[in-house]
Design a protein around this ligand. Structure first.
Ligand SMILES: Nc1ncnc2c1ncn2[C@@H]1O[C@H](COP(=O)(O)OP(=O)(O)O)[C@@H](O)[C@H]1O
Ligand SMILES: CC(C)(COP(=O)(O)O)[C@@H](O)C(=O)NCCC(=O)O
Length: 322
């Protein structure tokens, strides 16, 4: 097996990652045999995403196995701390962060992992939360002049997001999160997600690996990632991500945008060329600068980096060893 040092080195420091080609990573599966039964296959194909089952077996199953080892080791550490303190050990939810650009495949990765992790005996209850629920409402974004910066770190209520994850982790019986609608393009008033002591919490979003900010308003808060037990950065070449974004925009024209209630309904009747132009313009003015200024710089903070090729298939996996 060829293992070499990952490219994501901080200059002059040894890379903290071991880099595995797809074949090497997939081979790890043989050491930890697992298979999907008919019910698993059915559940996975019911997720509404065209995920190749070979991809699930070769990439996501080994990852779910690794995560299962981390869950065991982390709960051992919690037990040690409780016993040191002379306390009764309580079960602490294992928290996974999933970061990456808009349209890189974070939601798909998160949903596949939720399915696979819930198959492990010690983690049957896996909850998934997306950070868009913590975007400031449009009225507030407008007041702050941030409507064109949705998805940038400052467009979120970061304090509420950190509080949410810390409360789930502290074992609070019920913790609620606000809900964002892509249909209305805003936070949904009076709607909430309730999380009740999961075994695993997956937190997926563009900015989940952002370091703590030091603005006057937020100084001395903890970073969200301080609560992560494991994090995944989904990575790909920007030209591929932009194409996935434009393709998704084109297909949303026939589905979500076609709904008269949709904020984007006015885009449903665009010609192919105009839709491609508009999606490319949104990419260049919002999603590209957010990726290069805010999201990509957090990649080296992830425990594991999945590097996808043009067809979404993972080509390389970088796993943090140091
Ligand atoms: N593993 C995959 N195989 C095939 N298509 C995928 C895969 N992951 C994502 N996609 C497609 O790429 C687009 C973006 O994926 P999504 O998970 O919605 O990204 P994000 O949550 O990062 O915005 C979607 O159209 C999705 O169907
Ligand atoms: C809602 C999002 C900010 C993503 O939020 P996340 O759940 O990753 O925090 C993003 O999908 C979005 O709508 N961005 C605005 C620019 C655009 O329309 O692509």
């Amino acid at each position: 097996m060829t293992r070499h040092t990952g490219e994501l080195a901080v200059p002059l420091l040894p890379s903290p990652y071991v880099q595995l080609d797809r074949e090497d990573w997939a081979r790890l599966r043989k050491a930890h045999p697992m298979s999907l039964d008919a019910a698993d296959v059915e559940r996975l194909s019911g997720l509404g995403e065209p995920v190749d089952l070979r991809e699930v077996e070769e990439i996501y199953l080994p990852l779910s196995r690794l995560l299962n080892f981390y869950v065991g080791a982390t709960s051992g550490l919690h037990r040690v701390t409780s016993s040191f303190l002379g306390e009764q050990p309580a079960k602490t939810p294992f928290v996974i962060g999933i970061a990456g650009s808009v349209a890189v495949g974070k939601s798909t990765t998160a949903r596949v992992l939720r399915e696979l992790l819930s198959r492990w005996e010690d983690t049957p209850r896996v909850e998934l939360i997306t950070t868009d629920g913590f975007l400031l409402p449009n009225s507030e974004l407008e007041r702050r002049g941030l409507l064109e910066r949705k998805g940038f770190p400052e467009s979120y209520d970061r304090r509420a997001l950190v509080r949410f994850v810390s409360e789930v982790k502290s074992g609070k019986p019920e913790v609620t999160a606000p809900v964002y609608s892509h249909l209305s393009y805003d936070i949904v008033p009076d709607e909430q997600i309730v999380v009740r002591r999961p075994d695993v919490l997956i937190v997926e979003g563009l900015n989940v690996l952002q370091p703590a900010t030091s603005t006057a308003e937020l100084r001395s808060t903890l970073a969200l990632s301080d609560f992560f037990d494991f994090s995944v950065y989904v990575d790909a070449a920007e030209r591929d991500i932009r194409r996935w974004y434009v393709d998704r925009f084109l297909s949303l024209r026939e589905t979500a945008f076609a709904d008269p209630q949709s904020y984007f309904h006015r885009f449903a009747s665009l010609s192919d060329d105009d839709a491609v132009d508009l999606a490319t313009k949104i990419w260049e003015s919002i999603n590209h600068p957010n990726l290069s200024d805010n999201i990509e710089p957090t990649r080296t903070r992830a425990t594991l980096v999945m590097q996808k090729g043009a067809d979404h298939a993972v080509q390389q996996v970088l796993l943090r060893k140091l």
